[in-house]
Design a protein around this ligand. Structure first.
Ligand SMILES: Cc1cc2nc3c(=O)[nH]c(=O)nc-3n(C[C@H](O)[C@H](O)[C@H](O)COP(=O)(O)OP(=O)(O)OC[C@H]3O[C@@H](n4cnc5c(N)ncnc54)[C@H](O)[C@@H]3O)c2cc1C
Ligand SMILES: NC(=O)c1ccc[n+]([C@@H]2O[C@H](COP(=O)([O-])OP(=O)(O)OC[C@H]3O[C@@H](n4cnc5c(N)ncnc54)[C@H](O)[C@@H]3O)[C@@H](O)[C@H]2O)c1
Length: 479
């Protein structure tokens, strides 16, 4: 235990935020720019998971892998394919350089310039509105918990003893795995599987249930097929009996009796909230294994404490961490209505092709509206730009109610994370499907597929017998 008696300070800011990841940083910047006195406490690296161990390194690795894959994929364009020479240590330097380029945005220096007091300490509650952080005692009427999540290790016998990589360690690896075994076929598992395969590893993914289970299966199947065609071994409905160390690295024994030898093992089997050491009970902040319990305005069971970002277990996306921080600012600082709107939540998985979703999936829409929905589809094979790029595996799928209200959309395509954005806007602004059918996108773009999917809502009525009858009648009038 560290003893701070000599340098003990007492602080009483307007807002105290624990955690300088995506959620905490947005809340801190917003509150400070509104002129409030803000203390931000961070025990590890500024920027949290997204910058250091999540979105940024994973997308940088994916970008390097795409460059490698492009060298293999030239044949249909008349370019002789070559097997790329991958300098894996240099690839990881690229990943570190990208993190370093973004890090100043999240740095102590930047936040201090905004007027935030940053404490590089671990925080814990010592009362309902009081925290201890190193030698500081902080008392505040508005405390924001933004402590994030950590990889959850499934209870597989031998796993802990054998040792494994997670998102917290894989980006420090500088040797190309000869055989990477991945436990978990969610977004992390599949993004990392495809990237490593493209960089030259043999990759096996073991999934106990379905791949990308949170996404529309009709679209997820397209991603899964692409990974398989690139040589990723994908095994779903696969139960692992135990894991052991082996001379080559690790051996995974399946319940079927099959043994898989790998050089590296990555666990990407879901997330658990970070609440360790916070002494939440001392503040009367209720929590479960899923996360810190919050209401729709993200307030906890203690009216002075909010929980935003991954730690509340609602979503695990950087954009949701930012959105939840903005709700805190709106509700707690402006005292305006601020309730999380689940209908507008988007997400994307950055495999190639990407898979993006906003609002309800077809299954969710059917659960809520029965058969009173319309499902609209437009295949990329019908899109001229996709043909020129030879990226015709994919589609836009949208769901509306009978009156044309957009309930959800999903896209599997290159850059689906970008292509989904008009749908995000339409759902957030409650536009009808006619809005997406009646704008003029430039030709030739992948984005036209969204307009064509939206337009298909009207095909039957527009070109049906009534309209034909009307146009015939009008054509008889003098010009
Ligand atoms: C491999 C991977 C890829 C991802 N890719 C994407 C993506 O492409 N797009 C996307 O939207 N999301 C992605 N995510 C999810 C995204 O990273 C998280 O949703 C986001 O980082 C959550 O932000 P946060 O602020 O809630 O938590 P974090 O970023 O985890 O920040 C929490 C901070 O709190 C600190 N902390 C915890 N306890 C204490 C304490 N007691 N005292 C002081 N400090 C404390 C921690 O040190 C940490 O820095 C990815 C995640 C992973 C793992
Ligand atoms: N592109 C993105 O936005 C992005 C990328 C990566 C992560 N994330 C966020 O991070 C979260 C966590 O990602 P994740 O992929 O770790 O979690 P996940 O919960 O989405 O997927 C984990 C998968 O592991 C499987 N699994 C669990 N235990 C298993 C076992 N014993 N054996 C085999 N499979 C097992 C589950 O069935 C599930 O399919 C995501 O839900 C997402 O919110 C987002």
């Amino acid at each position: 235990m560290r003893i701070y008696a000599a340098a003990m300070t007492t602080l009483a800011p307007d807002v105290c935020i624990v955690g300088a990841g995506s959620a905490g940083l947005v809340a801190a910047a917003g509150a400070a720019q509104l002129g409030l006195d803000v203390v931000l406490i961070e025990r590890a690296a500024m920027g949290g998971d997204c910058l250091n161990q999540g979105c940024v390194p994973s997308k940088a690795l994916i970008a390097a892998a795409r460059m490698a894959q492009a060298q293999r994929d030239g044949a249909p364009f008349g370019i002789v394919p070559v097997e790329p020479t991958v300098d894996f240590a240099r690839v990881m330097d690229h990943v570190a350089e990208v993190i370093a380029a973004i890090a100043p945005n999240d740095s102590v220096e930047r936040f201090e310039k905004l007027g935030v007091r940053v404490l590089k300490e671990e925080a814990r509650f010592i009362g309902r509105t009081e925290l201890q952080a190193g030698p500081h005692r902080i008392s505040s009427r508005r405390i924001v918990l933004a402590t994030g999540s950590q990889p959850a290790a499934p209870p597989i016998p031998g796993l802990a003893e054998a040792g494994f990589l997670t998102n917290e360690t894989i980006f420090a690896n500088r040797t190309l795995p000869s055989h990477l075994i991945v436990i978990g076929g969610g977004p992390i598992g599949l993004e990392m599987a495809q990237a490593h395969r493209r960089l030259g590893s043999r990759v096996t993914v073991l999934e106990v249930a379905e791949f990308l289970a949170k996404d529309d299966p009709e679209l997820a199947t397209i991603v899964v097929a692409r990974l398989r065609s690139e040589g990723v071994d994908l095994c779903n409905h696969t139960k692992i009996a135990r894991v052991d160390r082996s001379p080559a690295g690790v051996v995974v024994i399946l319940e079927s009796g099959e043994r898989l030898e790998g050089s590296h093992l990555l666990v990407a089997a879901g997330r658990a909230p970070v609440v360790d050491g916070l002494d939440l009970d001392k503040a009367g902040v209720a929590h479960t294994a899923k996360g810190i319990t919050v209401d729709a305005s993200l307030k906890t069971s203690n009216r002075n404490v909010w929980a935003i970002g991954d730690c509340n277990g609602l979503y695990a996306f950087t954009h949701m961490a930012g959105y939840e921080a903005s709700l805190f600012i709106r509700g707690a600082l402006f005292r305006a209505p601020a309730r999380l709107d689940a209908a507008i939540v988007p997400w994307a998985t950055y495999t190639d092709p990407e898979l993006a979703q906003v609002g309800l999936s077809e299954r969710q829409a059917r659960e809520k509206h029965g058969d009173a929905i319309k499902v609209l589809r437009w295949k990329l094979a019908e899109n001229d730009r996709a043909q020129t790029e030879r990226t015709t595996e994919g589609m836009v799928k949208a769901i509306t109610d009978r009156r044309g209200r957009i309930l959800g959309a999903a896209i599997v395509a290159p850059h689906a994370g970008e292509l989904i954005q008009p749908w995000c806007l339409a759902i957030a602004k409650r536009l009808k499907i006619s809005a997406l059918a009646s704008f003029v996108p430039p030709y030739p773009t992948l984005g036209e597929a969204s307009k064509r999917a939206a337009g298909s809502y009207f095909t039957e009525t527009l070109f049906g017998p009534r309209t034909r009858w009307l146009v015939r009648l009008l054509s008889r009038l003098p010009v």
